[in-house]
Design a protein around this ligand. Sequence first.
Ligand code: GRF
Length: 208
Amino acid sequence: MAKKRIACLISGRGSNFKAILEETNRGKINGEIVLVISDNPEAEGLLYARESGIPHMEFSQSEGESRSRYFERIFLQLEECAVDLICLAGFMKVLSPNIVRRYRNKILNIHPALLPSFPGENAQGQAVEYGVKISGCTVHFVDEGVDTGPIILQEAVAVLDGDTEGELSERILEKEHVIYPLAVKLFCDDTIAVEGRTVRILKKTDLR
Ligand code: GRF
């Protein structure tokens, strides 16, 4: 089976992009990262892509540029690179409907909470504030909503007494770095079936 061509969209640190890259480099994922796009020229992850020799591009929204024009530029780039899979990895913009439609069930996102709890920004802070005892992270397909698409994998993380948002975020991030590359592997092995909202993993596997 041909390797899947993966694009990672980032806005900042890029640690999830790095985690996926590590596993593709180890040959554990039947895919390669062919493009990193950042909407933020200062993104640490962009620097890492450069150092790692991964094709990378900065797409800043210029002043006065409409959202649809901006995303049209990104869309054309994705098409030009013939990507099979788009991984949102801390990308802070909501994708345009035409990208979501064109890549239906081919866009993954990682969210730092157990969806459908605490969607949107600052999920870890919301969890601490709410006082839940368990939170975690979710990899899901992207649909037209915000953090609403079919769920692929989730991992629970205990919220400890006195946890700050930062402490909880760190422990959740460790799990993100496990389940995100795993979900990418499952996708690249064609072992994910989507039936309505429900995702079935056709063949269980891990990254060992
Ligand atoms: C992660 O916590 C992810 O769940 C959220 O944004 C953060 C991105 O971190 N969507 P990084 O840029 O991958 O380090």
